[in-house]
Design a protein around this ligand. Structure first.
Ligand code: NDP
Ligand code: 2IT
Length: 444
């Protein structure tokens, strides 16, 4: 058996109950075949693939907190430190009832290659909890965050492991966690990113993932003689990534006609009202029914359905496995030319293949949503030098990083005779840098 198949079989056996992790590993290993085949003896001897698919360490802990009725609640907390070959572990904290070890491992594994693609010195990690912030009071969220950080603070630090936001973790949660870290450790350091602007946060971090997504799409289109002006865009999700992707798409002259949440979706043929969407989601933390109620042009539908709307560009920005083969068929039939992932692994493997086989330009999340973590790394730089950069300075750097990512993944794909296969390009370019660092650092 060749080395990749051997390792894939072992990973499947060891992690059988973690389908999302297996999906992420399979996608990466399948697409780096040409690189591994060219170095098979060395990589096998050095156990590169076994090492890169096994986390450095993983922490699982109890998170007890008291709800508003005085009842003690217990959640499970996770932090997986996956690989620090090129820098301190870096990656978000997901707070969602679906979180279990397999979700955190898939996200931490993806983060290794994404962080490598940014060109900045950050390794891969991820964490979170099965806590659901939805419907909780601010005091309950604070109680959870303080308890979570009471344990997590033992494993993280500005030069060790720097968490940030992800699903369910926004500015409010980061603030409570930062306060508790500072209180326990008596150290004021950039241990978290996505902080508020009054205590070490970076301008543009809030917008960064969504804006970065559009910067890479803009570059993709430019290189194919197209631009965003007049394009119809469908987006899923209505959280941090979705809102700022929609905002930047409209700034670039496109019309964004959909968004969604976990209960339903909105079709707004006149183009989303971003200010209203922010008010409903960021301020009121309400459902999309409130958006539709306040916006005469919008139709609200229960369930899922954004991919059924005719569009030029589709941007999945909610969660993993939310764009299936049937959705891909509908997008192709409707003339969609590009799909770029704002979320992590939102497109299933068969849907990805269908899109690519049918000539749709497809950019995988580890490249297209890297603007968030890249700007987190810029926040770390600002914290280290105890300075704050202007909005324009950070935004210009973010734009340049996304343009560079596009050209790096395009070039890597071409180098292995896979022109236009940005999945292969992203995995190969991300992998090459990490492996070079691992080999240089010996067996560790
Ligand atoms: P938010 O919590 O701000 O928003 C998530 C959005 O997705 C909400 O609209 C939510 O709906 C919806 N959603 C979440 N889970 C599900 C589900 N199981 N089914 C249907 N809808 C769901 O998170 P973000 O916007 O930060 O994250 C979105 C995606 O982007 C995730 O995959 C995340 O890992 C990825 N990402 C985030 C980055 C960041 O900087 N924040 C950086 C890079 C990637 P509802 O409110 O109803 O739950
Ligand atoms: O998936 C991701 O890249 C994030 N949630 C952002 C991580 C970060 O450290 O900013």
């Amino acid at each position: 058996m060749n080395y990749i198949d051997e390792v894939l079989a072992k990973v499947k056996e060891k992690n059988a109950a973690e389908p999302e992790f297996l999906q992420a590993v399979e996608e990466v290993l399948e697409s780096i075949r040409p690189v591994v085949e060219a170095n098979e003896d060395l990589y096998r001897k050095e156990a590169i693939l076994e090492r890169i698919t096994t986390p450095d360490r993983q922490f699982i802990f109890r998170v007890p907190w008291v709800d508003d009725k005085g009842q003690v609640q217990v959640n499970t907390g996770y932090r997986v430190q996956f690989n620090n070959a090129i820098g301190p572990y870096k990656g978000g904290l997901r707070l969602h009832p679906s979180v279990y070890l397999g979700i955190i491992k898939f996200l931490g594994f993806e983060q290794i290659f994404k962080n490598s693609l940014t060109g900045l010195p950050i390794g891969g990690g991820k964490g979170g909890s099965d806590f659901d912030p939805k419907g909780k009071s601010d005091r309950e969220v604070m109680a959870f965050c303080q308890s979570f950080m009471t344990e997590l603070c033992k494993y993280i630090g500005a030069d060790t492991d720097v968490p940030a936001g992800d699903i369910g973790t926004g500015a409010r949660e980061i603030g409570y966690m930062f306060g508790q870290y500072k209180r326990i450790k008596s150290v004021y350091e950039g241990v978290l990113t996505g902080k508020g602007l009054t205590y070490g946060g970076s301008l543009v971090r809030t917008e960064a993932t969504g804006y970065g997504l559009l910067y890479i799409v803009e570059e993709l289109l430019k290189c194919h003689g197209e631009d965003m002006k007049g394009k119809t865009v469908v987006i899923s999700g209505s959280g941090n990534v979705a809102i700022y992707a929609a905002e930047k798409a409209q700034q670039l002259g496109a019309k964004v006609v959909t968004c969604s949440d976990s209960t339903g979706w909105v079709y707004d043929p006149e183009g989303l009202d971003i200010a209203l969407l922010k008010e409903v989601k960021e301020v009121k933390r309400a459902r999309l029914t409130e958006y539709a109620a306040a916006r005469p042009s919008a139709q609200y539908h229960e369930g899922r359905g954004v991919w059924s709307i005719k569009c030029d560009i589709a941007l999945p920005c909610a969660t993993q496995n939310e764009l299936f083969l049937d959705d891909a068929k509908e997008l192709v039939a409707n003339g969609c030319i590009a799909v770029a992932e704002g979320a992590n692994m939102p497109t299933t493997m068969d849907a990805t293949k269908y899109l690519q086989d049918n000539g749709v330009w497809f950019i995988p999340g580890k490249a297209s949503n890297a603007g968030g973590v890249a700007t987190s790394a810029l926040e770390m730089s600002q914290n280290s030098e105890r300075l704050s950069w202007s909005f324009e300075e950070v935004d210009t750097k973010l734009n340049q990083i996304m343009v560079n990512i596009y050209h790096n993944i395009d070039e890597a794909a071409k180098r292995y005779n896979k022109e236009g296969d940005y999945v292969a390009g992203a995995n190969i370019a991300g992998f090459e840098k990490v492996v070079e660092a691992m080999l240089a650092q010996g067996v560790c």
